[in-house]
Design a binder for this molecule. Structure first.
Ligand SMILES: [Zn+2]
Length: 299
């Protein structure tokens, strides 16, 4: 009787209560990927949400305690989180997730990074000296990162190794089919010219054959200024022939893109830069579906 009761009790404990690995993701896209590859073996939380700028957040006490209890920390890396992650790791003082250990996973190190500067000069703004860290907006990058992450989960929790392999295989199959579908869908977008708020979209552009012709930020990391916007207006004129889209992420103010859009007639489009960035972007599949649908609506 006692045993039966215990079984019944276990059945109502949420799956996360029984998780084998506690994962702390810096950004929602990596939390979503960890959930795909870890299923109910992992308990995942994200430091940031889609309406926060992942370059700048506070190392709050609640985040420190989550890092302290984590078995694995997953971040974009390439210095995207340089303003807050070192502080967070230092205060949490958890040797299991120290950079260089198996408990620390830097997603951007698994892909070939774009925009690696020849020389580093911080006066040029937030230039991402290790190359552009916004690697999540090319689904081929996600596939490569998923291979590394799947192996890492199995290494950290070898008892469940087979289950992680099965989850990874399942994800890779569904992902490859989705990529095929997206690439067909995106054909009309090839060659379109983009004015991007921040350099958040270089991997998307590289994937789809889009051309980035300007940024709303005068230098990366510096918010749009009136004089820079005036220059863009002079350059793109009032007929809107020089570009096809003005793109921003949900956490960026829409003021600059709307202003330029009104003056030039170039459509301003908000795209989910991560999971949760739009109503439809409920997971990684929904994120890419919605990015493409939003662009296709305006072409
Ligand atoms: Zn950036």
């Amino acid at each position: 009787m006692k045993r039966l009761f215990l079984v019944a009790l276990l059945a109502v404990v949420p799956a996360t209560g029984l998780a084998e690995l506690r994962i702390f993701a810096c950004e929602p896209e990596w939390a979503a990927l960890a959930e795909e590859l870890g299923g109910d073996l992992v308990e995942v939380s994200s430091a940031t949400h889609a309406l926060q700028d992942p370059h700048y957040i506070q190392a709050r006490p609640s985040l420190i305690s989550r890092v302290r209890r984590a078995d694995l920390v997953i971040c974009s890396g390439a210095q995207l989180e340089i303003g807050w992650l070192p502080k967070l790791l230092g205060k949490a003082n958890n040797p299991d997730v120290r950079p260089g250990s198996d408990g620390f996973f830097e997603a951007s190190m698994w892909v070939s990074r774009l925009d690696i500067p020849e020389s580093v000069d911080r006066a040029q703004g937030d230039i991402h000296p290790q190359g552009n860290p916004h690697v999540q907006v090319n689904p081929h990058n996600i596939a490569t990162i998923a291979i590394g992450l799947g192996e890492r989960l199995a290494r950290l929790d070898p008892v469940n190794g087979d289950r992680y392999v099965a989850l990874s295989d399942n994800f890779q199959h569904r992902w490859a089919a989705a990529i095929e579908r997206w690439e067909k869908m995106a054909e009309p977008l090839e060659g379109k010219r983009v004015i991007a708020h921040h350099k958040s979209w270089v991997y998307l552009e590289d994937w789809l054959g889009l051309e980035e012709v300007a940024n709303l930020e005068p230098v990366p990391g510096v918010p749009p200024t009136a004089s820079h916007l005036a220059e863009l207006l002079a350059r793109f004129g009032t007929e809107g022939q020089g570009a096809d889209f003005i793109i921003r992420a949900p956490y960026q103010s829409d003021k600059a893109s709307n202003w330029l859009s009104e003056k030039t007639g170039i459509p301003a489009v908000m795209l989910p830069l991560t999971v949760g960035g739009s109503e439809a972007a409920t997971d990684l599949f929904g994120m890419f579906d919605d990015i493409l649908l939003r662009l296709l609506k305006h072409q």
